[in-house]
Ligand binder design. Structure first.
Ligand code: FES
Ligand SMILES: [Fe+2]
Length: 364
């Protein structure tokens, strides 16, 4: 029987939660079909244990936290942050095999990253760069949403912002996005789509930002530089600047954006199952840093925009499930998404067990 090809690699860092959501309580999460339970120790470290008790598999997340230990809510087995059982009811000798899996966890850029694959390969250097989330030169905030679709549909959505014109016409969408040319490039672990729109009317969202931050109301040069980093992070450098003010890069000159407003849309997507994912996003800006009210307004505004995406993506997943025999058709605008998918597929393929070679016998 053929085993269906998994859609995600296990040997990768995945965001499991925003830092503020992991505290002195048990937080259940599913990452790549693996159930885990997270908590923060008194010393502030995050632990992630398999969410199934060694004795009878009851989810540990139904139990309670006592000090830095998790107590199963069924018969009271106690586990430390490394997953080792430290107490059993009615017996003094502990069975040495009594432990649950502890997943590698690293807290970075305001997110708790877990590694569901081989712990020996969990190199923190592979965590995607999302430093804008906690860099003092940037201000912003974000949210997590659960989307009922294959996580790769979210990647497709972010890699092609042509959809802004049609899905987000009331806020960031403008015909210029769908009409502007773009350049798609790729490396071994990344793919980039760059689009500049020179001398255009700013869409309502950006018109409001540059007016508020710089008092400017004229035409703008607008950019969108989308970067996918394997496994499933998409950071988008976005903004507008005074038209003709030097923001557009020319040759070796990277351009001067000082007469503009710059934001980063930071996205990382974690597959829960083949049909659901956790989508962590944030919007960080480099202007009006001290305005907490603006941070709040932007977060809520972006949440509304992403709600529009969520409706489309979930409808797309339903349609795919209704027509499992139908294939996608690709256009020029899908170049970035195709590169992202190739990089994901390559990571998945590297984890597939090698097909055993069956020796061919010569006829006697
Ligand atoms: S199932 Fe956990 S202690 Fe019995
Ligand atoms: Fe969108």
């Amino acid at each position: 029987m053929n085993t269906p090809t998994p859609s995600f690699p296990l040997n990768a860092w995945y965001a499991a939660a925003y830092d503020v959501d992991v505290g002195r309580a048990l937080l259940p999460r599913t990452v790549c079909k693996q159930k885990m339970v997270l908590h923060r120790t008194a010393a502030g470290q995050i632990a992630a244990l398999e969410d199934a008790c060694w004795q009878r598999l009851v989810p540990l997340s139904m139990g309670r936290l006592e000090g830095d230990e998790v107590v199963c809510g069924y018969h009271g087995l106690v586990y430390n942050a490394q997953g080792r059982c430290t107490q059993m009811p009615s017996q003094e000798t502990l069975n040495p095999s009594a432990c649950v899996r502890a997943f590698p966890v690293v807290e970075r850029h305001r997110l708790a990253w877990v590694w569901p694959g081989d712990p020996a390969r969990a190199d923190p250097a592979l965590i995607p760069d999302m430093h804008w989330n906690d860099d003092p030169a940037w201000a912003g905030d974000g949210k997590m949403i659960r989307v009922h679709c294959d996580y790769r549909l979210v990647v497709d959505n972010l890699m092609d912002l042509t959809h802004e014109t049609f899905v987000h016409g009331c806020s960031i969408g403008k015909r210029a996005v769908a009409e502007a040319p773009f350049v798609a490039t790729h490396g071994e672990r990344s793919a980039t789509v760059t689009r500049w729109m020179d001398n255009i009317d700013a869409p309502p969202f950006w018109a409001g930002q540059i007016r508020h931050a710089r008092g400017y109301t004229g035409k703008v040069d607008r950019w969108q530089i989308i970067r996918f980093d394997a496994q499933c992070t998409v950071n988008i450098d976005v903004g507008v600047a005074e038209a003709g003010g030097g923001a557009v890069p020319r040759g070796d000159d990277p351009g001067d954006r000082s007469r503009g407003v710059n934001g980063y849309v930071l996205n990382t997507i974690t597959p829960e199952t083949d049909r659901t994912c956790l989508y962590f996003w944030a919007f960080a800006r480099n202007y009006c840093l001290g305005e907490q009210r603006l941070t709040h307004e932007l977060r809520e505004g972006v949440a509304g925009i992403f709600r529009e995406d969520e409706l489309v993506l979930e409808a797309q997943q339903r349609a795919m499930d209704e027509h499992p025999d139908r294939e996608f058709h690709n256009l020029n605008i899908d170049a970035g998404a195709l590169w992202a998918r190739r990089l994901i597929d390559a990571m998945v393929a590297r984890e597939r067990p090698a097909t055993p070679v069956i020796p061919i016998r010569r006829a006697a």
